[in-house]
Ligand binder design. Structure first.
Ligand code: ASP
Length: 694
């Protein structure tokens, strides 16, 4: 397999001896201040609820070791770690700067060493101790009390919290009994000799502690302060490490070339809405590319046959919770490749770049067709961490007396479908079932029939009385239900019934989880390839016209090419999506490399203005190689890896939900004279206060 070979090569080539650091894995901190006594100022009020420096060690250890973690007996894995550690290269965090060490790295092994630290004052207790923080963790510093050090004491006692200071002193042991085993630096403290206030901190808009709740608007307005939190530090450093590993895998192990493509470009027909950039030529605009799609294909024509880029993309799609107007893709294109080649490349890439503090990525990923995922999960991005699959039970009800089932089955594509809610009778309340039925009626114009397998629980299902005992038994057999399960049954046209049950599957999973049932293991990463998408979809605004299901450069499925000229709606594409835990994290396709076919699809089937793409059509005619590619949504991937609630938590300076930069108040108005060179005049109101509202 592609990546297996890759890992071996990496060990040989990149496994140069490096600097060793001590790694300690600490449990999540729990505080018991009273027992610890006053010497230990590591209390909830001074700390953070993150994992302290262990996260950083874990991060670098994990990401610098390209070998899959396995569960082995402790001695076995310890031995392996020791062997591997001699091959690791861990970054030197204190090169070129005044500090000798980071706050979080000091241990008993440093006892007696003279150190210089720089950091922010996290907390001070009774002018006796303070806790100094940097990105790597926290360390306790003793404020000297003797007369001779009065100036040092003054600096350290007067500097407000979050001031940035430099201290020099000796690493000493904490007095016996006052060690803090939960703090990675908890065996030592710093006996300070000199201190310098590097910059004082004014009163902050919020405390820099992960457990202090603040609104997202406030966090975004003062993003530079929010970034000081351990959580943001972890997210951004993990992102950087994963990208580094991806570069290494693609460029060093597989010969990809990292190429930047323009961000001032031309409008692309179809696809997402693009941002316009005015030019000085009257009425002429650039567009910010929604992706480097055209450029990467043109690079293939240019013989750069393995392209990759960490590409910034722009889509003017309005506000959506998991979208940003500007976002980052790991963008890839290859010549002479087929679908399985791209899939293997991506599986190897993710396995290689995956952080070691997470469960390892198991490859190859399973694959399902678009038709299968729709029928089984009611969506093209299913969360496959749990079951509750949709089952077709039409055959059971051919002779039913239940009106809405009869009705549905008498129609051409009518079906009866169901999902089973495990222990639903125990965990779902009467009002839950009512709101499920209301949701189905309001949003899908569909009926839902709840069937309780335990007949005594049939409190909310009057029609269920029409379900005969034999049907109940058949249902139990088909759906493999248990006594306390509830079956939600609906009837109607295949796609509609599936989409409804797909939504209810997720709703019910959420409901059960709020009631304490663990359905989706938070440590599990469940990847899935979805393939064989339709090439075209009916246009929303005019269903008789077609639009590309993805983009117009996607090649048709080889066995469906004839359908393009007869029944294009039925043609499948060579598009593939990568789904992780119910989120689309990537998508790509084998491309059309034949100019004539591309022209036919654009002009005849999609009715696009081919002039806009004449450069691409022309290029395809000059010996374009067969090619294909993919783009991974980096923000969403990192969001899932870090378990963050929002993609904004893995972007250093994100836009707000409504696409605003709350820190700088962007977008902002521009005086009319500055618009003149662009031949633009604003006709609407330009109330900057209104713009401030995010
Ligand atoms: N450019 C496509 C997108 O952004 C991905 C691809 O087809 O490679 O969705």
């Amino acid at each position: 397999m592609l990546c297996g070979g890759g890992l071996k090569i990496f060990e040989k080539r990149v496994g140069t001896p490096g600097i060793l650091r001590d790694f300690c894995v600490f449990p999540k901190l729990t505080f018991n201040y009273r027992q610890r006594g006053i010497r230990d100022c590591f209390s909830p009020s001074c700390g953070s609820n993150m994992y302290f420096p262990s996260w950083l060690s874990q991060l670098y250890r994990g990401l610098s070791r390209p070998i899959r973690r396995t569960t082995q007996p402790i001695w076995g894995s310890l031995h392996r770690n020791l062997v591997q550690s001699s091959q690791r290269r861990i970054p030197e965090f204190s090169s070129f700067v005044v500090r000798t060490n980071t706050c979080g790295e000091l241990r008993s092994s440093h006892l007696g060493q003279e150190v210089t630290l720089c950091g922010w004052i996290q907390y001070r207790r009774q002018n006796t101790f303070l806790v100094l923080r940097d990105f790597d963790g926290l360390v306790q510093v003793i404020i000297p009390q003797d007369e001779s050090a009065a100036s040092v004491k003054k600096i350290l006692c007067e500097a407000p919290v979050e001031s940035v200071v430099q201290v020099s002193g000796t690493v000493i042991s904490r007095p016996a009994g006052q060690e803090n085993p939960k703090m990675p630096t908890g065996e030592i403290e710093i006996k300070v000799k000199t201190a310098e206030l590097l910059n004082a901190c004014k009163k902050l808009p919020f405390e820099i502690k992960d457990f202090v709740k603040k609104t997202e608007a406030l966090r975004l307005q003062y993003r530079y302060l929010d970034l000081r939190s351990f959580q943001m530090q972890y997210n951004l450093r993990l992102r950087s490490q994963m990208v580094m590993k991806m570069r290494e895998y693609l460029c060093n192990l597989h010969g990809f070339v990292d190429i930047e493509t323009p961000t001032l470009f031309k409008r692309t027909p179809g696809g997402a809405k693009e941002f316009l950039v005015p030019s000085r030529e009257p009425g002429k605009f650039y567009s910010l590319p929604q992706s480097p799609q055209q450029f990467k294909q043109l690079l293939m024509v240019g013989g750069l046959d393995r392209y990759f880029q960490v590409a910034r993309c722009y889509r003017d799609e309005g506000s959506r919770p998991d979208r940003q107007p500007e976002f980052t893709q790991i963008d890839i294109e290859m010549s002479f490749v087929d679908q399985t080649g791209i899939q293997s490349l991506i599986e190897g890439l993710l396995q290689y770049a995956w952080p070691n503090d997470k469960d390892p990525v198991v490859i190859p990923f399973p694959t399902m067709t678009f038709a299968e995922v729709l029928a089984t999960y009611g969506t093209d991005k299913p969360d496959t961490r749990f079951g509750m699959k949709i089952i077709d039970i039409s055959d059971m009800f051919r002779n039913t007396e239940i009106g809405f089932l009869q009705d549905a089955l008498s129609k051409p594509h009518g079906t009866v479908k169901a999902i089973c809610i495990p222990e639903g009778a125990k965990y779902l309340k009467r009002k839950d079932i009512e709101s499920i039925r209301k949701f189905a009626a309001d949003h899908f114009n569909q009926e839902i029939l709840p069937v309780f397998l335990n007949a005594n629980r049939n409190w909310n299902s009057p029609v269920a009385n029409f379900i005969m005992e034999s049907q109940r038994l058949e249902l139990i057999r088909l759906m493999e239900t248990q006594e306390e399960d509830v079956v939600l049954l609906t009837a109607g046209e295949h796609n509609k019934a599936c989409s409804l049950l797909g939504k209810l599957r997720l709703e019910c999973a959420d409901l059960l989880e709020t009631r304490g049932v663990v359905l989706r293991d938070p440590t599990l990463f469940s990847f899935l390839w979805v393939v064989d998408f339709p090439l075209f979809l009916p246009k929303e605004e005019n269903p008789r016209e077609l639009e590309s299901a993805h983009h117009p450069f996607t090649a048709p499925h080889p066995s469906d090419i004839h359908l393009l000229y007869t029944e294009p709606k039925k043609a499948r594409s060579q598009h593939y999506d990568l789904v992780l835990n119910g989120n689309e994290i990537g998508g790509g396709s084998i491309r059309i490399h034949n100019a004539e076919l591309q022209h036919y699809i654009l002009a005849t089937l999609l009715k696009e203005d081919v002039k806009m793409l004449s450069h691409l059509l022309q290029a395809l005619d000059y010996g374009a190689p067969p090619h294909g590619g993919i783009a991974l949504g980096l923000d969403r991937l990192i969001c899932l890896v870090t378990g963050s609630p929002s993609i904004r938590d893995v972007i250093a300076f994100p836009k707000s939900f409504r696409g605003h930069d709350l820190m700088s108040n962007t977008p902002d108005s521009v005086p009319p004279e500055e618009l003149k060179p662009y031949h633009i005049r604003v006709s609407g109101p330009t109330d900057s206060k209104a713009e401030r509202a995010h």
